[in-house]
Design a protein around this ligand. Structure first.
Ligand code: NAD
Length: 518
């Protein structure tokens, strides 16, 4: 995904150096340049003439320095009482709140999503920070009866150690916060690498942590490319845990690297999410949900509603209303409050999405009902804009119905029954989110039970997670972990079971000493 910006960077580095703001890594409490001396230019995807800044294209040595700083800070941080750690996070939340408008504008500028959505992304980071901070006075373990008399049994959480966090560009502040804040409240120290397309939002998050008083070395930021910085983080022998969000392909590479040294590996990856629209659905409401789910963030959400499985009885009505609404959407620079759909992230994304337009129409034989084109004239000339696109007459086996396109493209698939719709919904390699529109509670609960996904919505689109519920998916989407909710604490802490024998004598467990009762 980042290749397009990369190419641009190399072409234009010398032209822009003087006037371009320069950013640094954050290692051991200091803002430092990369040892590599190389940079990545961060450009606005709505207008690539707008250079936001240059960020270190860091080397493996920078990662090693960051890991050393995290190691040096670990003992003091893990021994800081969790409620004290949480106080610092609460302060970080206040700072994020104070600077929300600036962070929102920064995010729209570097990532392209419309201001309202960028504000939502920053708000999610704030919510997540407060929520994690609240855990500082809980981090609950449990007690349980022991098998023997005069014996006590309990279980407590302990920090994992040094954690590497690797994040994507589509939620450039929310996703880093989903990992960082729970990691910190649990007492871990961290090295974080944002996506090369969106380092500024993570830089802003780390600045807030610094100002809030997170001690030096507890959080370390290293920007750069996946194949250097990401790969070194994934394979670093001192990093006990890697938490990754991104594509399924990259996630697999990260998992291999972790398996080599038996590191804990938490993966949040791709999706191909379906909304089922039944014949008793409120069609207008379903159309609004589909438009929001498919074209919000220009379709660049892991939870995007990229498949709409529609009962034959309402298929025509639903499709024509959907097409009408998709055509009304205003595409443009997300900084303009009149715009509904911003640009996609970079040139590679444009090329990939346009390839799928061709596959859908010419290989798969679906009907291109609206959209399908890149916008390249007038205000669009310097950005990466694509028309909101609807394919109809799609069958479940088509590539556009199976593969993650990650753009403003959705496929309408006709179905004859609820059971068939569920089979279609489940018939992809991913398992992140699914939804149903119906007025029938029995159908709703049946679908909820039978869809094999981590998230399910009734009468709502497949997007819109809240930070206090677990987030993640099955099959190709995840490896069994969940972020957000209290479940994220199970990623960032290790359970320790503790037995206290206060009988004053040897009591032997795992020996068959049971007597019949009575
Ligand atoms: P990506 O896999 O290209 O990159 C993700 C991160 O991994 C980036 O920081 C990148 O630099 C890094 N990386 C790349 N190569 C690496 C390597 N060899 N070793 C280690 N790190 C490496 O993904 P992307 O294009 O940034 O994001 C889009 C993808 O993310 C989509 O598939 C989307 O569905 C997924 N996503 C999933 C969730 C979720 O929670 N399930 C959320 C958001 C995005």
């Amino acid at each position: 995904m980042a290749q397009a910006k990369k190419a641009l960077t190399r072409q234009t580095r010398s032209q822009n150096t003087k006037q371009t703001q320069t950013y640094k890594n954050y290692i051991g409490g200091e803002w430092v340049p990369s040892r590599s001396g190389d940079w990545i230019e961060n450009r606005n995807p709505a207008d690539t003439r707008d250079v936001i800044g240059r960020f270190p294209a860091s080397s493996e040595a920078d990662v090693d320095a960051a890991v050393a700083a995290a190691a040096a800070a670990f003992d003091a941080w893990r021994l800081t009482p969790a409620p004290r750690r949480a106080e610092i996070l609460f302060r970080a939340g206040e700072i994020l709140m104070r600077d929300k408008d600036k962070y929102t504008r920064d995010m729209t500028r570097e990532m392209g999503k419309v201001l309202k959505e960028a504000g939502g992304d920053v708000q999610e980071a704030i919510d997540c920070t407060y929520y994690a901070a609240g855990e500082g006075r809980r981090l609950h373990g449990f007690t349980t009866p022991a098998e023997m008399p005069d014996k006590f049994a309990m279980c407590v959480r302990q920090p994992v150690g040094l954690c590497g966090l690797i994040t994507p560009w589509n939620f450039p502040m929310a996703i880093p916060s989903w990992k960082l804040m729970p990691a910190l409240v649990c007492g871990n120290t961290v090295v974080i690498k944002p996506a090369e397309d969106t380092p500024l939002s993570t830089h802003n998050l780390i600045k807030a942590c610094e100002e809030a008083g997170v001690p030096p070395g507890v959080v370390n930021l290293v920007t750069g490319y996946g194949e250097t910085v990401g790969a070194r983080i994934s394979s670093h022998p001192s990093l006990r845990l890697i938490s990754f969000t991104g594509s399924t392909e990259t996630g697999r590479t990260v998992a291999y690297a972790c398996a080599e040294r038996n590191a804990i590996c938490s993966l949040e990856m791709g999706g191909k999410n379906a909304i089922i629209i039944m014949d008793d659905a409120d069609v207008d409401n379903a159309v609004e949900g589909a438009v929001w789910g498919a074209f919000g963030t220009s379709g660049q959400r892991c939870t995007a509603s990229s498949r709409l499985i529609v009962h034959k009885k309402v298929y025509k009505k639903f499709s024509s209303k959907l097409i009408e609404r998709a055509k009304q959407l205003r595409v443009g620079n997300g900084a303009d409050s009149a715009v509904d759909v911003g640009p996609v992230i970079n040139r590679d994304a444009v090329e990939k999405i346009m390839r799928y337009m061709d596959i859908g129409e010419n290989e798969d034989g679906a009907t291109l009902a609206c959209g399908g084109k890149q916008l390249t004239k007038g205000d669009y000339v310097h950005g990466y804009f694509i028309e909101p696109t609807v394919f109809t007459d799609v069958t479940p086996d088509m590539r556009i119905a199976q593969e993650e396109i990650f753009g403003p493209v959705t496929s309408v698939i006709p179905t004859k029954s609820l059971d068939e719709a569920i089979e279609i919904a489940n018939g992809v390699r991913y398992g992140l989110s699914a939804a149903i529109y119906t007025q029938d509670v029995n159908r709703a609960f049946h679908a909820m039970n039978e869809t094999y996904t981590g998230i399910f919505y009734i009468n709502s689109a497949t997007i819109g997670a809240e930070v206090h519920l677990p987030f993640g998916g099955t099959k190709g989407t995840g490896n069994g972990h969940r972020e957000a909710g209290t479940q994220v604490l199970d990623i960032f802490s290790e359970w320790k079971s503790i037995y206290v024998d206060y009988s004053g004598k040897l009591q032997r467990a795992q020996i068959d000493n049971k007597k019949a009762i009575g």
